[in-house]
Design a protein around this ligand. Structure first.
Ligand code: DGL
Length: 282
C-alpha cells in the first residue's frame, strides 16, 4: 500500500489549492486528483446530492485507483459527507477540510474575523458546531458567497482580465456587506477562506481589502495532517529522491478537460499530459 497514490477530490479545480500544499509537503508521494467539475458547484446543491457524489467518488478512487488515503479537498463535501465516509471506510486515513477559525483567532488582533464560504458549508450543522465551540473567543462575521466558486471554476475558460473583473465584482458585493476591513479597532483584520476555490481569488481579495488584512486558508494544515496520518499508519512513501511533479500526479475531470489543463498549468505548473477525462459513469 505504501506505493499507492493518495486520492484527493473537490467539486472542481478548487482542491488544486490543497494539492499544491500536499505535493510540496509530501514530495515522494503519488496523487490522483478528481475534479467533479461536471457537478460543480457543490455549494448551492443539496446535502444529499453532495453526499452521494462524495461516496461515489471515494468508492471509485478506492476500487479503481487503490488509494491509500483520501483528502476531501472541499469544505462543502467535508461538511456534507465526512461522517458517512468515515463510517463506510473506517480503515482508510481520511482528511477533510473546514474553515480555519481557530488559526484565525490566533492571528487576529481586533478579534473581528470574517469567514467566507459556500452556502452549503456555512449553513451546515458541522460549521455551526464549530462556531459554537469558539463562542466568546472572537466575533465572526459569516458571509456565504453564491456564485463565487463557479466564477473561479469558469475563470479557466475566459481571459485572465475578464475573469478577474468578474471575481472582483462578486467579492466587492460580498465583502461590502461584512463591514469595514483593516487593522483599526472594530475592523475585520482576518478573513478565513472557507472554500478551497477562494484561494485562487487571493490576489483580487488582497487588492480589494488591502494587504493589512490577513487571509487564512487550509492547504498547509491539511497537508501536515495527511503526513501525520500516513506516518501513524506506516504508509508514508520514502522514495529514493523527490520525483518530478508531473510524474506523480494524475488529474481527472468529468468537466471540460481544457479547463483542468489550464488550471493545473497555471497553478501547479503541470503539463497538459497530467490531465485526463474521468470515467463518466462515476
Ligand atoms: N471548493 C469547494 C469548497 O471548498 C466547493 C465549491 C463549490 O463547488 O461550491 O467548499
Amino acid at each position: 500500500m505504501t506505493e499507492s497514490p493518495i486520492g484527493v477530490f473537490d467539486s472542481g479545480i478548487g482542491g488544486l489549492s490543497v494539492l499544491q500544499a500536499l505535493q510540496s509537503a509530501l514530495p515522494a508521494e503519488h496523487f490522483v486528483y478528481w475534479a467533479d467539475s461536471g457537478h460543480a458547484p457543490y455549494g448551492e446543491k443539496s446535502d444529499v446530492f453532495v453526499r452521494q457524489r462524495s461516496l461515489a467518488i471515494a468508492q471509485h478512487l478506492i476500487e479503481r485507483h487503490h488509494i491509500k488515503a483520501l483528502v476531501v479537498a472541499c469544505n462543502t463535501a467535508t461538511a456534507a459527507a465526512i461522517h458517512e465516509l468515515r463510517t463506510q471506510y473506517p480503515q482508510l486515513p481520511l482528511i477533510g477540510v473546514e474553515p480555519a477559525l481557530k488559526p484565525a483567532i490566533a492571528l487576529s488582533r481586533t478579534q473581528r474575523i470574517g469567514v467566507i464560504g459556500t452556502r452549503g458549508t456555512l449553513g451546515s450543522d458541522k460549521f455551526h458546531r464549530l462556531l459554537s465551540s469558539l463562542d466568546g473567543q472572537a466575533e465572526f462575521i459569516v458571509q456565504p458567497c453564491n456564485g463565487l466558486a463557479l466564477a473561479i471554476e469558469e475563470s479557466t475558460h475566459i481571459s485572465a482580465s475578464a475573469s478577474s473583473e468578474k471575481i472582483t465584482a462578486l467579492l466587492r458585493g460580498y465583502t461590502g456587506q461584512m463591514g469595514a476591513f483593516g487593522r483599526g479597532p472594530g475592523q475585520i483584520d482576518t478573513l478565513v477562506l472557507g472554500c478551497t476555490h477562494y484561494v485562487f481569488a487571493q490576489n483580487e481579495l488582497q487588492t480589494l481589502l488591502g494587504t493589512d488584512v490577513q487571509l487564512v486558508s487550509t492547504g498547509e494544515p491539511v497537508a501536515r495532517q495527511t503526513r501525520r496520518l500516513l506516518e501513524a499508519a506506516a504508509q508514508l512513501r520514502s522514495g529514493p529522491a523527490p520525483i518530478a511533479a508531473s510524474a506523480r500526479m494524475q488529474l481527472l475531470t468529468n468537466g471540460e478537460l481544457s479547463g483542468l489543463q489550464a488550471a493545473a498549468q497555471r497553478w501547479l505548473h503541470l503539463p497538459h499530459a497530467a490531465c485526463h477525462k474521468a470515467d463518466p459513469h462515476v
